[in-house]
Design a protein around this ligand. Structure first.
Ligand code: TEU
Ligand code: CA
Length: 545
């Protein structure tokens, strides 16, 4: 397999609205990010995925773009953005822009034109249909509740929006639309970005009349066309958001021979704690062996014909330590355990802002404190459908997107040092305990643990290119796996529970000459069967004789 720079990279995701406010208006911004680049440099990451910073009326916090070539006023100016790219580069960090091209804002000039009349030259940039028997053309649903079709009174047709009604879907079948997208991508490539994260890219080949949305017939043709007209000749990192991808589909995207993307985000492990066939809000406890089977399947899927992304959380998902660990009694231990498990695997790891501090989910007392459109729409829809309010809140506490969007906790001063004004969304009340300042002062912090894991990935090729074998697949407490590369071996063993357990080390692990690369408890380990404390994690490395 041809080696790529992003094989050894670790990506850090910034959700700008919640990262750092530099001017006291309560909203994070680009100058705020610039001021924290040294913090990221200290952590050791080399790529930033920047959630959207383009002009937007913020119906969906920037995922509704009204101008792809300009910066949202709340966040700063194009000059700020150029300064960010420059200062990041000086620190050896590249920036991925978040390409939201399945849809635009309804305030984008294209849509403003398109809705003027049926014969407007931009009409065909979007997806319009006549009513059927006086109703929506079909039963397609929006991810944010309700029908995906919105009636446009003035022109007497429906338009498609798979997200909010302020996010009309672009018509990718129109070659002019594709050319517009290639142009704006090249605009950003020319500014020196490191690549793109591609929002819901799996939807661009949709056939709305057949109710086919993800993985439509022309999807890969369009992505290859994109590759050819934009980043194909440059050495960029591209990662597609692909909820509906299985391994075969992932190979189509990420096999270098296909000239599509570097890698995708697949979400199979993210669906394991929801009731099958229902929505993410319908909760079910996670079974460890399911998680092991799922993650291991992806670990062993590729042999040079694809590449994994590794993540526990992002701006749409609950906080990793609250979801997969124990954010009460073993917060530090379990956060480090989860980090060990993920960073020991094959693929490119992604860290979501605050994960390196063990930031947790939030429980606001009332719905008024929530900001996320998906959460608010679901709340009202379920209330109308007769659900108990307390059950709805339980789902929000477990899965709501605002769990990940409370402000970054920088220190123990007011508003966690995020803003001197009133934050756009309340700070998690645990900021006095959990914040970057105290983490930087504590050599045993989660932050320094991540720093060591990142450094190990640079140091040990086996972490990047080693093969993968799951150990003890049926064990419901310990998640352990082994990796091998050119006569070297590595074992990662993690206790996923708050009870002690034991784990049998492989026989060929030598007593002498083995190293413990990282561990989240300080302790001497004997040979044979080792005791694993609650949420304990260890990584052993040795060379075969
Ligand atoms: O997310 C796609 C998406 O479908 C999510 O809304 C997801 O389904 C849900 O939050 C979790 O169940 C992308 C962006 O990451 C998200 O922030 C945007 O809201 C969405 O696309 C629309 O652009
Ligand atoms: Ca601000």
């Amino acid at each position: 397999m041809e080696k790529k720079w992003w094989h050894t990279s670790v990506v850090y995701q910034i959700y700008p609205r919640s990262f750092m406010d530099s001017n006291g208006d309560g909203i994070g911004d680009i100058p705020g990010i610039i001021g924290k680049l040294d913090y990221l440099k200290e952590l050791g990451i080399d790529v930033i995925w920047l959630s959207p910073v383009f002009k937007s009326p913020n119906d969906d916090n920037g995922y509704d773009i009204s101008d792809y070539r300009d910066i949202m006023d709340d966040f700063g100016t194009m000059a700020d953005m150029e300064e960010l790219l420059k200062q990041a580069k000086e620190r050896g960090i590249v920036i991925l822009m978040d390409l939201v091209a399945n849809h635009t804002s309804d305030e984008h000039a294209w849509f403003v034109e398109a809705r003027k009349s049926r014969d407007n030259e931009y009409r065909d940039y979007y997806i319009w249909r006549d009513p059927v028997n006086g109703h929506e053309p079909n039963g397609l649903r929006s991810t944010f509740s309700g029908s995906a079709w919105e009636w446009d009174e003035a022109t007497g047709q429906y338009y498609l929006h798979l997200f909010s009604k302020k996010q009309p879907d672009l018509n990718w079948e129109n070659p002019k639309v594709r050319e517009e997208i290639w142009d704006l991508m090249n605009f950003w490539i020319d500014k020196g970005i490191g690549g793109f994260r591609m929002d819901m890219i799996e939807l661009i080949g949709k056939l709305p009349d057949q109710e086919i949305t993800a993985n439509g017939p022309k999807l890969h043709e369009y992505i290859r066309e994109m590759n050819e007209h934009t980043f194909g000749s440059r050495d960029l990192l591209t990662v597609g958001e692909c909820w509906g991808a299985d391994i075969e589909i992932a190979k189509q995207y990420s096999n270098p021979a296909n000239h599509e993307l570097s890698m995708i985000f697949q979400f199979e492990h993210i669906g394991l704690d929801q009731q099958p066939g229902k929505e993410k809000w319908d909760l079910k406890p996670l079974v460890l062996s399911d998680l092991k089977r799922t993650l291991s399947k992806w670990q062993t899927a590729f042999h040079g014909d694809g590449w994994n992304s590794l993540f526990w959380n992002n701006h749409d998902l609950p906080r990793a330590v609250s979801r997969f660990g124990d954010d009460k009694n073993y917060r530090k231990e379990s956060a480090k355990m989860l980090a060990t498990l993920l960073h020991g695997m094959a693929g490119t790891p992604y860290i979501y802002q605050g994960e390196e501090l063990g930031m947790t989910n939030v429980r606001f007392g009332t719905i008024e404190e929530y900001r996320d459109i998906e959460t608010l729409n679901m709340y009202h829809e379920r209330l109308n459908a007769g659900y108990e309010e307390s059950d709805i809140m339980k789902s929000i506490y477990a899965k709501g997107r605002d769990n990940a969007r409370t402000p970054m906790q920088w220190d123990d001063s007011g508003n966690a040092g995020f803003t001197t004004g009133t934050p756009w969304i309340a700070v998690n009340p645990n900021y006095k305990l959990i914040n970057a300042k105290s983490a930087l002062e504590d050599p045993n912090s989660i932050f320094y643990y991540y720093k060591r894991l990142i450094a190990l990935r640079r140091q040990y090729d086996i972490l990047v290119y080693g093969d993968y074998e799951l150990l003890a697949p049926e064990d419901e407490q310990i998640f352990a796996y082994r990796r091998n590369l050119d006569g070297e071996s590595l074992i990662v063993a993690c206790n996923f529970t708050d009870e002690s357990s034991s784990f049998e080390l492989p026989e060929d692990l030598p007593e002498e000459g083995r190293e413990v690369l990282i561990e989240n408890y300080e302790e001497e380990i004997l040979h044979g069967v080792v005791k694993m404390k609650p949420y304990e994690a260890r990584m052993y490395h040795w060379k075969q004789k």
